[in-house]
Design a protein around this ligand. Sequence first.
Ligand SMILES: [Mn+2]
Length: 332
Amino acid sequence: MNLDWNKTFQKILKSNKIALATHVHPDGDAYGSLLGMWHLLKNNGSNVTAFVDHTNHNGKYSFLPGYSELIEISQDNHEMYDLAVTLDCGDKGRVTGSEWLFSHSRQVINIDHHYSNPMFGHENIVDDRISSTCELLWKLSVDSKINISKEAATCLFTGIMTDTGNFLYENTSPETYRSTADLVEKGADSETVKFHLYHNKPLANIQFLGFLIQQMQVLLDGKVIILNISREILDNYGVSYEDLDEFVAFARDIKGVEVSALLKEMKDGNIKISLRSKSYFDVSELAQQFNGGGHQRAAGAVSPVDMEKTREQLKNLLEIYFQEKYYDNWNT
Ligand SMILES: [Mn+2]
C-alpha cells in the first residue's frame, strides 16, 4: 500500500467535521463503504455525517447497520464541512449531490477502485487492482491499526461480496479472501447479509426475469446478449433500478456469452447502458465510447439517443471490437 494513502487516511481520522457520500443509484459496495466508513469514523470519535439520495430506492440495503442514520442530501443544508470523503465514485459527476458537496466542503478526498477514475479529489486513494472500495477501506483500517467494529465489518463484508459477484470475478485476489475472513472474525454478520441479498428476492423480479429471457437478443454467434427495457415494462413489473444489475449479470453467465448489455429507458428518455463481460472484453473501453466508464468486466454509460439508435450504435461498436481488437478470441 502506498504510504501517501496511509497519510491521507490519517488525515481523515484527524479531521473535525466530515461529510461522506457515495455514488448515485448506490449498490452494495456504495452503501457498504459509505456506512462502513461512517462506523469507522464514529468509533474513532469523529463528527461525521453520511449523505445519500434515496429517490427511487427500494431499501434493499436497509438491513445494513446504521442505514437509518443516513441523511438525505438537501440544498437547504448550509453547513460547511472541513472534509468530504467520496466513496466508490468513478467520477465527480457520479457523486450524489456532487455540486452541493463540493461547495460545502473545504477539501475532498476520493476513495475508490474504478479504473477510469480521473482523480477528482484534492487527495485520492484510488486502487483499480482492488476488488471493491470496501476491501480498500479494510486495508486502510488494518494498516492504521484502527478498530473495526462488528457493524463496520458487516458493511464492508457486504460490499466485498457484491462487487466480486460472491468471489466469482477476477478482481477476487488472495487478499480479498483474507479481508473477508478477517471481517468475519471481527463479527461481520454474514448470515444476515446472505439472507437479505440472496435468499429474499421479490417475486416480481423473478417474473420480470422470465419476461427478459423471452425477449433477449442473441447476437454475434452467441457472444453478445442485449436486453432492453422500456419505462413502461419496468413500471408494470414494479422492478427497481438497483435490481437490474443482477439481470445483466445473469445474461453474461450463459455459456458462450462474452458480453451482456442491458439498455434501460430512463424517465428523461435517455438510455442507461449497463455492460458486463466474462473473460477478455474490456467493457469500460466500450462504455467510454458513450462517455461512460467503469471496470473492465462491468461498466456503464448514458446514451442521449433513443432505444433503437442506441442499440444500433452498440451493436456496430461490438462488431468492430470483435473483428479488430478481439479477433483472436473469436473462436475461444
Ligand atoms: Mn465498487
